[in-house]
Design a protein around this ligand. Structure first.
Ligand SMILES: [Zn+2]
Length: 149
């Protein structure tokens, strides 16, 4: 599996979110053969909806799946608690992480549950998120649930 090719779709979502003035996290769900099931992005700002993270958007767009153990969730940024909970709730087998430099997420908690984690340490993902955090720190801290007043 060429995980970089899968990440490119999630990154395109993140870039679209950035261009819309939103939090640039993109994600996509694939089957075991790398066929796209759903793609999405964080739309906290765009939809005024804090429950739409990249991962949850892609998950919902993919519709009902009978089994997630063989599915691959690709996200540009390490998943937050909310999305990590989704991964464990539905037993998603593999998670591909674009970067965890700007946000470490809870990758060990996922590994403990038997989730296969593939970290790509992607420079484009890291640079896009870093730029957003520099430009819009209040939105970023709001998104990760940290009050900084
Ligand atoms: Zn999340």
């Amino acid at each position: 599996m060429n995980y970089e090719n899968l990440l490119a779709i999630a990154y395109a979502e993140a870039q679209a979110g950035f261009d819309e003035g939103g939090v640039p996290v993109g994600a996509a769900l694939f089957d075991a053969d790398g066929n796209l099931l759903g793609r999405g992005r964080n739309r906290r700002v765009q939809d005024n909806d804090p429950s739409v993270h990249g991962e949850t958007d892609a998950f919902r767009k993919a519709g009902r799946q009978t089994n997630y153990r063989d599915k691959i969730l690709v996200t540009t940024l390490a998943p937050c608690w909310y999305c990590s909970g989704l991964i464990r709730q539905f037993n998603i087998g593999t998670v591909v992480v674009g970067e965890s430099a700007n946000f470490p997420g809870h990758l060990d908690w996922l590994r403990e549950a038997g989730v296969k984690i593939i970290e790509l340490n992607d420079e484009k993902c890291t640079a896009l998120m870093r730029l957003f955090i520099e430009q819009s720190p209040q939105i970023w801290f709001e998104d990760i649930g940290e009050c900084r007043h």
